[in-house]
Design a protein around this ligand. Structure first.
Ligand code: ATP
Ligand code: MG
Length: 236
């Protein structure tokens, strides 16, 4: 890896195990994310990528293993402290949308700022700027049901970044976009992250999107099969 090994990683998971019923989604995955690093997580459908993201973002608790953030264990924090951490430090783009259907695109993006206590006018102004960066300012008054899949993904990215989080977790954020639009959105995401030193954990199926990352981790059947600046998939 390119990151300085002498420093503590910002986020680290050791030996994560997670079952969904009888399905063993994660079988002992270890992964590290350095401050400011963009890490791509790739692998076949069902290999555990979303489950890994949900565990790292503190949305789902692993059955076994440890997760540290800034050197402190977070996997066993009480729910209230975990949700505080999620709200203040993390931004999440879910694989399947999760915009609030009753709110316009602008208000969806402004919401995390309002929840953080920011005034309405300032929150809406920042939200508008983030929509602009992702090329969907023109859709700001539309509700999620009126947006295309790709537009909704851009709005979700704007919402994840608007609070200036330390870590952005993005689950296939360009999955509904054609390759040109996907690269435009990825360029905007990488630029925003580099500018503010935000770390990004990015799940993607697209090699061209993974190429924006500093490093790639490949999962298969809930285990890590390869890692590197240009990891090559290996079979076991
Ligand atoms: N809530 C759930 N209940 C039961 N099984 C689940 C649940 N979530 C995930 N799984 C199973 O866990 C395994 C890993 O799922 P996960 O969503 O992490 O895969 P993924 O790598 O993100 O796949 P995709 O590329 O299709 O999004 C799959 O076999 C899936 O069927
Ligand atoms: Mg997934």
């Amino acid at each position: 890896m390119t990151a300085d090994n002498s420093t503590t990683p910002l986020l680290a998971a050791r030996g994560l195990v997670k079952a969904h019923g009888r399905t063993q989604a994660l079988r002992g995955v270890s992964v590290e994310l350095a401050a400011g690093e963009i890490l791509a997580v790739t692998g076949p459908s069902g290999s555990g990528k979303s489950t890994l993201l949900h565990c790292l973002a503190g949305i789902v608790r692993p059955d076994q293993g440890a997760i540290t953030y800034g050197g402190e264990r977070i996997d066993q924090l009480p729910e209230a402290r975990l949700s505080e951490l999620r709200r203040t430090e993390f931004g999440v783009v879910f694989q399947f949308g999760q915009l609030i259907p009753e709110l316009t695109a602008l208000d969806n993006v402004a919401l995390p700022l309002l929840l953080a206590g920011r005034g309405r006018a300032k929150a809406r102004a920042s939200a508008g700027e983030w929509l602009e960066r992702f090329g969907v300012r023109g859709q700001q008054e539309l509700r999620p049901g009126e947006l295309s899949g790709g537009q909704a993904q851009r709005v979700a990215l704007a919402r994840a970044l608007v609070t200036g989080p330390e870590v952005v977790f993005a689950d296939e954020p360009t999955g509904a976009l054609d390759s040109l639009a996907g690269e435009q959105v990825m360029t905007a995401l990488a630029h925003a992250a580099r500018e503010s030193g935000t770390s990004v954990l990015l799940i993607t199926h697209d090699a061209r999107i993974a190429a924006y990352a500093d490093r790639e981790v490949i999962l298969r059947d809930g285990a890590e099969v390869a890692e590197g600046a240009d990891a090559v998939e290996v079979s076991r």
